[in-house]
Design a protein around this ligand. Structure first.
Ligand SMILES: Cc1cc2nc3c(=O)[nH]c(=O)nc-3n(C[C@H](O)[C@H](O)[C@H](O)COP(=O)(O)O)c2cc1C
Length: 209
């Protein structure tokens, strides 16, 4: 006996699968429980080693093909992102039965409106991370949060945060390819789209899963 599970409307529809892939990614901004809220971001270090880390997804623009993240301007990933270096973003949403692989490039916005707005739009508690005295990844003799002792366990006031704005940066990712893998007993579905710069549109096709 075959076990029939209702297939979604986008199952055999390339355009609708593309829209659904973005829906899954976008959910990560508003829904903290969505797996897309904590995607894996991949960069390549100077040795050519892939470096992966989880980052909180802050904003998605389907039109601009962009994703915004926040980070410490002193962190190791910054050096890996000079000159809009190759970057990938990975999401696996088990409930949506979907893996989404975005590839493109990213750059660091440390100054300017994007970073200023991102900074002032973050909660004081979230911004406390940027009060760390030494750069993230600095070796230390004793276990520590890296924060100044006076702010440990406390929420900083707005004026206490002002001095630390320089440690904060937005990481802007721009996608030029998106790959979709939808898992189904009836048969998986896989597709990939790439941004065609000449025509200014996404071109996609189905792939063997
Ligand atoms: C749930 C979770 C959320 C995280 N969110 C962020 C984030 O939004 N930005 C960030 O820079 N690091 C975040 N991190 C820490 C990174 O995964 C990573 O450890 C750190 O940024 C140092 O990475 P780097 O040495 O490659 O720069 C998060 C880690 C976890 C587990």
């Amino acid at each position: 006996m075959t076990h029939q599970v209702a297939l979604p409307a986008y199952y055999n529809d390339l355009d609708a699968s593309f829209a659904e892939a973005w829906n899954v990614v976008e959910a990560g901004v508003t829904d903290r429980k969505s797996p897309a809220h904590t995607p894996t971001i991949g960069t390549v270090d100077a040795d050519g080693t892939p470096q992966l880390r989880i980052m909180i997804l802050r904003e998605v623009s389907r039109d601009r093909r962009s994703l915004r993240f926040h980070t410490d301007a002193r962190s190791d990933k910054i050096a890996q992102l000079q000159q809009g270096a190759a970057t990938s973003v990975l999401v696996y949403d088990a409930a949506a039965k979907a893996q989404i692989r975005l590839s493109g490039c990213a750059h660091i916005a440390a100054d300017g409106d994007v970073a200023d707005t991102a900074w002032s739009g973050s909660t004081p508690f979230a911004r406390r991370c940027y009060m760390a005295e030494a750069a993230p990844g600095t070796p230390i003799a004793q276990p520590s949060s890296g924060l100044p002792e006076w702010i440990e366990g406390k929420q900083p006031e707005e004026d206490q945060l002002a001095d630390y704005r320089g440690n904060f940066a937005a990481l802007m990712f721009h996608a030029d390819s998106m790959e979709w893998l939808y898992l189904a007993n009836a048969g998986h579905r896989r597709a990939r789209w790439h941004w065609d710069q000449t025509q200014n549109l996404w071109l996609g096709n189905w792939l063997v899963p």
